[in-house]
Write a protein that binds this ligand. Structure first.
Ligand code: OSB
Ligand code: MG
Length: 369
């Protein structure tokens, strides 16, 4: 398909309640929506970064900048047959993977719309439903966390992920485990721990039968995680440290983790995410789909990718309305009574774009042709 024009928008969405992790509190979520045109057909993508470089080095403003100055101009006036072919033009770009992912997604949407196929079949998905878990942020008191967990379980989530940070971990997990002895429970340290200082706490977490501990150590580390994995029984799952297929290959080679959280945005889009999935699937390494608090546009791609056969653990896929008052799509997904969400089999994005909602939250708009 030939790309002739693009539109970039920065948006600001208020969160219903702040979301706190070990790296800080997110109270308003900013995001970037990219629209790529092929003739009159438009494809939408999302670069779901944050207002500040707290999760990785990117922000919504670096995404806007890199997309406007470099990535989009490289695509305009060119023809691409597949998303992988398009993404290969960025092989000499270093980093900025959340920015890159939005082009991968928008082009996937163009292809799916043009070929009258669903994102699910475009990506080779096989599951019609995926299990979902809730990511429970850090709260001031254990009582508040217990209330959140209770609410998540009552809304149907089948797995609970507790955000933890040093000294806000063992007691919290003990309290949740005591109240729900059998629930599928995991924790996420978001890079806040160090091997030297925190090994005792990390070893104590072994007593709570956790499905995994996500990214305890530094955002760019593979070596210390491998050392930690040899000292704890709980499987380590890497998030921040896996920025690409190459990172995944190296992490598995040296034993840094036993599970990988594939966030399609973090690794640069569907093409890289599927490559990581295929490598893990062949080696029986379980993967699951994480999120970056995407709107319904970004979530559409995550859901389609999470329907590939190797995604066997529940996804972080809270309905968008749980975070925001509204959404950028009209028919946003919700949780079924069995703790799953449906994977769309509709042609194109699979959800109906709400242009008025996009307009309402837009704070900056750039057109490129
Ligand atoms: O580490 O998985 C994370 C949200 C923002 C930044 C990092 C993370 C998260 C989540 C929520 O845990 C995932 C989601 O539902 O999108
Ligand atoms: Mg994480």
């Amino acid at each position: 398909m030939h790309i002739n024009k693009a539109e970039l928008r920065k948006l600001k969405l208020p969160l219903k309640k702040p979301f706190t992790t070990s790296f800080g509190t997110i109270a308003t979520k900013e995001t970037v929506i990219v629209k790529l045109y092929s003739g009159n057909t438009a494809g939408y993508g999302e670069a779901s970064s944050f207002h500040a470089p707290i999760y990785n080095e990117e922000t919504v403003d670096t995404c806007m900048y890199v997309l406007e100055k470099f990535l989009i101009p490289m695509t305009i006036g060119k023809n691409f047959k597949t998303t992988t072919e398009l993404m290969s033009i960025f092989d000499n770009i270093v980093g900025h993977r959340i920015a890159r992912s939005s082009i991968d997604f928008a082009f996937s949407n163009l292809l799916a719309t043009n070929n009258l196929t669903s994102l699910k079949s475009l990506y080779g998905g096989v599951q019609n439903k995926i299990e979902v878990g809730e990511s429970v942020g850090i709260h001031d008191t254990i009582t508040e966390t217990l209330r959140e967990v209770e609410s998540a379980l009552s809304r149907g989530f089948t797995r609970i992920k507790l955000k933890i940070k040093p000294r806000h971990d063992v007691k919290l997990v003990a309290a949740v485990r005591k109240q729900w002895p059998d629930v599928d429970l995991m924790v996420d340290g978001n890079s806040a721990y160090t091997l030297d200082r925190d090994i005792d706490a990390l070893q104590k977490l072994d007593t709570f039968d956790l499905t995994m501990i996500e990214q305890p150590l530094a955002h760019d580390d593979l070596v210390d995680h491998a050392s930690l994995q040899r000292q704890i029984k709980t499987p380590i799952c890497l998030d921040e440290s896996i920025k690409s297929f190459e990172d995944a290959r190296k992490a598995l080679q040296i034993g840094s983790c036993k599970i990988i959280n594939i966030k399609p945005g973090r690794v640069g889009g569907s093409s890289e995410a599927i490559k990581i999935h295929n490598y893990c699937y062949k080696r029986n390494i379980p993967v699951w789909c994480g999120g970056l608090l995407e709107t319904g546009i970004g979530r559409a791609f995550n859901i389609a990718i999470a329907s590939l056969p190797g995604f066997t653990l529940p996804a972080d896929m809270s309905p968008v309305s749980d975070f925001y008052g509204g959404d950028l799509v009209k028919n946003s997904f919700s949780i079924n009574s069995d703790g799953t969400i449906d994977v769309s089999n509709e042609a194109g994005l699979g959800y109906e774009i709400d242009e008025a909602a996009i307009d309402k939250y837009t704070t900056q708009k750039i057109e490129i042709s």
